[in-house]
Design a protein around this ligand. Structure first.
Ligand code: PAF
Length: 284
């Protein structure tokens, strides 16, 4: 495995490989890898000749009072995991290499970026779309891999790729969960032992909602209030949002219809840690 830090060098390596007819699979991450990332690397390894893992904690997707500075980082551990997964290249640039002095071009994906996470984290998806566009320009993927845990991010990226005719196939991989159901996330590292136990409510409330829908419930209010009430039994939990949305547009729905797919998405603070999760409901 080779580590590359400079964008031009990365571009040179992948351009070269493409000229030799090799396919490139890219796994964009902010590092502090967990089994969710491992699932993405394995899928990329299965489908491509060359696998590039990018590790970059992207400052433009964090708000001024968010956790950019304290976001967990452990590059040596990440390298060991990537090596074990047979990644060919790690691209690990500096902030100055990605955002040089005078940088002023951003990608705004209107609509889907403005809802849910976009409302609670203004500018977040502008930062995500911009960095993903840059990473694609630098690593030239045929395929790029993202987790379903960040379902709204996935739609923002899919829309950007579609709207801008970008020649990359976006692949999504199911959320990897801890044995008790908590979705894997680098931010789980912030949780104390008690908070870790409390955090499972994100998953159990979603799972119970799915069961309720399977038993015939179709009212958005009944389902959302059920989830809210379950989360509110946890003293340390504060809800940012719970919504049932169309999985393409992320617009909220009022009533569930048969023969349609929905996503129930939520964001909850457990103590000071903000976690998101979602579940897909297929009423087809
Ligand atoms: O999902 C993430 O880890 C990040 O949002 C991404 C896609 C790597 C962009 O910084």
């Amino acid at each position: 495995m080779v580590e590359i830090v400079k964008p031009v060098q990365m571009q040179r390596v992948v351009s070269d490989a493409k000229r030799r007819g090799k396919s490139i699979g890219v796994v964009p991450t902010m590092g502090y890898l967990h089994d969710g990332h491992v699932a993405l690397m394995r899928e990329a390894r299965r489908e491509n000749d060359i696998v590039v893992l990018t590790i970059f904690v992207n400052p433009t997707q964090f708000g001024p009072n968010e956790d950019f500075e304290k976001y967990p980082r452990d590059i040596d551990r990440d390298k060991a995991i990537a090596e074990k997964e047979n990644v060919d290249f790690i691209f690990n640039p500096s902030v100055d290499d990605i955002y040089p002095e005078g940088f002023s071009t951003y990608i705004d994906v209107e609509g889907v970026s403005e809802l849910l996470e976009g409302e609670w984290r203004p500018g977040h998806f502008r930062g995500v779309a911009t960095v993903v566009m840059k990473l694609f320009q630098i690593t030239l993927p045929d395929r790029a891999y993202f987790g379903q845990k960040d379902a709204q991010q996935l739609m923002v990226i899919r829309k950007m790729v579609r709207d801008l005719h970008m020649p990359v196939s976006i692949k999504d991989v199911p959320t990897v969960r801890e044995p008790d159901g908590l979705a894997m996330s680098s931010r789980n590292a912030y949780l104390s032992t008690d908070e870790r136990k409390d955090a499972v409510i994100l998953f159990t409330s979603l799972r119970d909602a799915r069961d309720q829908i399977a038993q015939g419930e179709r009212s958005r209010d009944v389902i959302v209030n059920g989830i809210r009430n379950a989360i509110n039994t946890i003293r340390n939990a504060r809800i940012d949002y719970v919504e049932i949305v169309d999985p393409e547009t992320f617009k909220s729905v009022e009533k569930l219809e048969d023969d349609r797919e929905y996503c129930i998405a939520l964001a909850v603070r457990i103590g000071k840690t903000r976690l998101i999760d979602n579940i897909f409901i297929n009423n087809k």
